[in-house]
Design a protein around this ligand. Structure first.
Ligand code: HEC
Ligand code: HEC
Length: 255
């Protein structure tokens, strides 16, 4: 009897160890994990063209809905990417999906190397690296389908209309400071210092403060050359109103 119990326990232990070993990351997925937060992308990028950004600056590699870490990234979590089959609102079709790392190939060229978006070839990412990223996405995703979202890119007029709506709200500068730290700080280290992004509060105050506020709000919704846009499920209209109130307060303190 005692022996049977020990036998069953040993068998169970072996089984669970086998599952742990199964879940261990493949070498390919490990390479993908390293590439994910490497601004030189494994040393493959031309340092003269690299933006200094890595995938992890704009995407989480964990489930943000269940495990938020307090940061607000412009892109969605890469959890669930292998389940999607197409990406970027249909721009990445099924036939190039894997080859372009589930759409990551677009970001690789545009955000990491500053290739203008109309010149991007999402399959220009080296094949081994694309496969490594996909292996990593598969590893961290498992069955998790990840966040459901739809991407709507705003044109100039739509972004301007969005800014009108935002500026009609009264922002809370204190809350805006916190949101700034969560969403903007990675590229604009402080509003008064430039980093990868530009200096937002200049020494000389803007001539037309209302126009400046409008410009900031519209820029967050539309994005810039390499600045990513923030959609409504990343930053709501009241969130942006708060951020604008925070930056406005810094501008006014300068006077
Ligand atoms: C400057 C920010 C930024 C960087 C850096 C960046 N991305 Fe993105 N990425 C975005 C935004 C914004 C989108 C569009 C919204 C979204 O899908 O989350 C996007 C979309 C994607 C998508 C498609 C999501 C979908 O299903 O439509 C994938 C996959 C992806 N990025 C992977 C990567 C990988 C891999 C890297 C590194 C090589 C990377 N991104 C670097 C901002 C970025
Ligand atoms: C992933 C990097 C990144 C993030 C995150 C980011 N920016 Fe930017 N931002 C840039 C870059 C780079 C530029 C320079 C122009 C360009 O390439 O788009 C820029 C330019 C801007 C501009 C236009 C320049 C100006 O002074 O009018 C504004 C406004 C701006 N950012 C505001 C913000 C705010 C507010 C946030 C947070 C909600 C934010 N940015 C988040 C990278 C970023």
């Amino acid at each position: 009897m005692y022996r049977t119990v020990v036998f069953v326990l040993v068998a169970l232990l072996t089984l669970s160890l086998a599952t742990i070993v199964d879940a261990e990351m493949s070498e390919k997925a490990k390479m993908g994990r390293e590439l994910f937060s490497d601004p030189s992308f494994g040393g493959t990028l031309d340092p003269a063209k690299a933006s200094g950004l890595s995938c992890s600056d704009c995407h989480a590699d964990f489930d943000e809905a269940t495990n938020p870490d307090g940061r607000i990234r412009a892109g969605h979590s890469i959890i669930g990417v292998p389940h999607r089959g197409t990406a970027k609102g249909g721009m990445i079709t099924a036939d190039i999906f894997a080859r372009s790392a589930g759409g990551g190939g677009f970001c690789y060229q545009h955000f990491l190397q500053k290739v203008p978006s109309n010149k991007v070839d999402p399959t220009a990412i080296p094949e081994d690296q694309a496969a490594a990223l996909m292996a990593y996405f598969e590893h961290v995703s498992g069955d998790n389908k990840g966040p459901q979202f739809q991407i709507t890119m705003l044109d100039k007029d739509a972004a301007s209309a969005a800014a009108d709506k935002i500026l009609a709200m009264e922002g809370d500068a204190q809350r805006g400071w916190k949101l700034y730290g969560q969403a903007c700080n990675v590229c604009h280290p402080t509003a008064k210092k430039s980093g990868i992004g530009s200096q937002l509060v200049k020494r000389r105050p803007p001539r037309d403060l209302e126009k400046r506020k409008h410009q900031i709000a519209a820029y967050i919704r539309k994005g810039g050359f390499i600045m990513p846009f923030f959609s409504e499920d990343r930053l709501s209209d009241p969130d942006i109103a708060d951020i604008v109130a925070f930056i406005t307060k810094l501008i006014e303190e300068k006077k």
